[in-house]
Write a protein that binds this ligand. Structure first.
Ligand SMILES: Cc1cc2nc3c(=O)[nH]c(=O)nc-3n(C[C@H](O)[C@H](O)[C@H](O)COP(=O)(O)OP(=O)(O)OC[C@H]3O[C@@H](n4cnc5c(N)ncnc54)[C@H](O)[C@@H]3O)c2cc1C
Length: 406
């Protein structure tokens, strides 16, 4: 099995610094308007038609607001509409899961049940190993498995086709596929990943699964994969059945914002939010800083070395220029020792996922102010994307006026 978790980390294709993310944003800017709208669905070698910003955005080393501000400094909102709405899809998924955290717990339980089945079913285990190792004989699927393991990134359309073939053609448990993604994606995100896999399954938009069709794959991959051969290997009719699941739980209330305390403050960044910009704007003047990371907690299996390295290095980079930088650590006791020097610890709000679990387990009380961007969007993340899409102008209104000049 060619699973990179067992191998040493290859050189990172994505440089783990905020400066590299900002460079990527600058380089992508000429393509962020009409070109993106017209070509973004094509999965082509090099992926220059999409931003490839997700490894930075998912850790908020570059924020959604910064991307939007930069794009709006060059294009009108209507020309940039496609890119802006993709960025807001991320916000929608985060809000949707935040308001139904049980879906994350269910995913982790489903993963445990699927792993138990791996232990008792040799056939399932072999099929899972072949899928992760890119040995299924389905050419594009095997190619994407290798690309993911090697680079830590896949194009959105490839992720959709891959997930569809995983569950609807190979009939593997979707939770094992979502876990394979989380172990290898540099941008691995509890909300975007879990809800996208559920969307492909027909569990998020109930009863409407996503089929990977041979002609669609051939068309949007520049005919790199032969539609005739593929057609037989996918589902012959091109149709797939939705997976079954319970109704969505009712949405919980939106998390409350909190005021900044006075006294000697420690600022605790974490791998889901490495930019304290909004806290500084609200007047936070920390006496010291540290970062909580938890890449190994993405999965009960071994997480790819390049994911762990990317997360740690990006976190170390985030401390540059901040007052009295302390530890970058996944150890609660290190944070407790560091926190003892302060009256209060303030941390950016951490949405549902493995990092929040790690934060909640700290033996330290933390105050967690919420970003204005999320506060504008999350009240509307109760059903489909359309409700959040309607308030994009309000979300964009939360961007501080000086952000366009980064
Ligand atoms: C099965 C599956 C799993 C996924 N898992 C993740 C994940 O773990 N982490 C993750 O960040 N995204 C995930 N996505 C969403 C999407 O594929 C990636 O965000 C996107 O491909 C990142 O590439 P990019 O930065 O070049 O995107 P661009 O097309 O350049 O888009 C710009 C930004 O918008 C956001 N975005 C774009 N498309 C989506 C989308 N469909 N959903 C949510 N946000 C989006 C991302 O922050 C992205 O960086 C998943 C999608 C699928 C179908």
């Amino acid at each position: 099995m060619k699973d990179a978790s067992a191998a040493t980390a290859p050189d990172l294709v994505f440089t783990p610094t905020r400066a590299a993310g900002l460079d990527r944003l600058e380089t992508f800017l000429p393509y962020a308007g009409r070109a993106y709208a017209e070509t973004r669905n094509h999965d082509l070698p090099g992926h220059e038609n999409v931003s490839r910003l997700s490894p930075w955005i998912s850790h908020r080393a570059v924020t959604e607001a910064e991307v939007a501000a930069k794009v709006l400094s060059k294009y009108s909102a209507s020309t940039a509409e496609k890119l802006l709405s993709e960025v807001v899809w991320r916000t929608y998924f985060k809000g949707w899961l935040e308001r139904r955290p049980g879906i994350w717990t269910d995913y982790r339980q489903g993963l445990k049940a699927a792993r138990d089945r791996l232990a008792t079913s040799g056939g399932l285990r072999r099929a899972w190993e072949d899928a992760c190792g890119g040995n299924t004989g389905i050419a594009p699927f095997d190619h994407w498995a290798g690309e993911l393991v090697e680079t830590g990134y896949l194009h959105n359309h490839a992720r959709m086709w891959f997930a569809s073939i995983w569950m609807h053609t190979l009939r593997l448990p979707w939770e094992l596929g979502a876990d394979f993604f989380l172990r290898h994606l540099l941008d691995g995100d509890a909300a975007s990943n879990t809800l996208s896999w559920r969307w492909v399954a027909g569990l998020h938009t109930k009863g409407r699964p996503y089929p990977a069709r041979a002609s669609n794959i051939a068309k949007f991959t520049g005919d790199r994969f032969d539609a005739r051969t593929l057609g037989h290997q996918l589902t012959p009719s091109g149709e797939v059945e939705a997976l079954d699941g319970p109704p969505h739980p009712d949405p919980k209330t939106v998390p409350q914002d909190v005021a900044l305390p006075t006294g000697r403050i420690g600022l605790l960044l974490h791998e889901d939010d490495l930019r304290p910009d909004y806290l500084r704007t609200r007047g936070l003047d920390p006496a010291g800083t540290a970062v909580l990371i938890a890449p190994a907690a993405r999965s009960p299996l071994t997480v790819a070395p390049q994911v762990a390295a990317f997360t740690r290095k990006l976190a170390e980079d985030a401390l540059g220029g901040l007052p009295d930088p302390g530890p970058v650590t996944d150890r609660g006791e290190d944070i407790a020792r560091w926190a003892a020097g302060f009256d209060h610890v303030v941390t950016p709000y951490a949405p549902t996922g493995w990092l929040r679990t790690a934060l909640d387990a700290l033996p330290v009380e933390t105050l967690r102010p919420v970003r204005d961007w999320d506060l504008a969007a999350w009240p509307h993340a109760t059903a489909g994307f359309f409700k959040v899409k309607k308030v994009i102008p309000d979300i964009l209104d939360t961007i501080p006026s000086d952000l366009g000049h980064i």
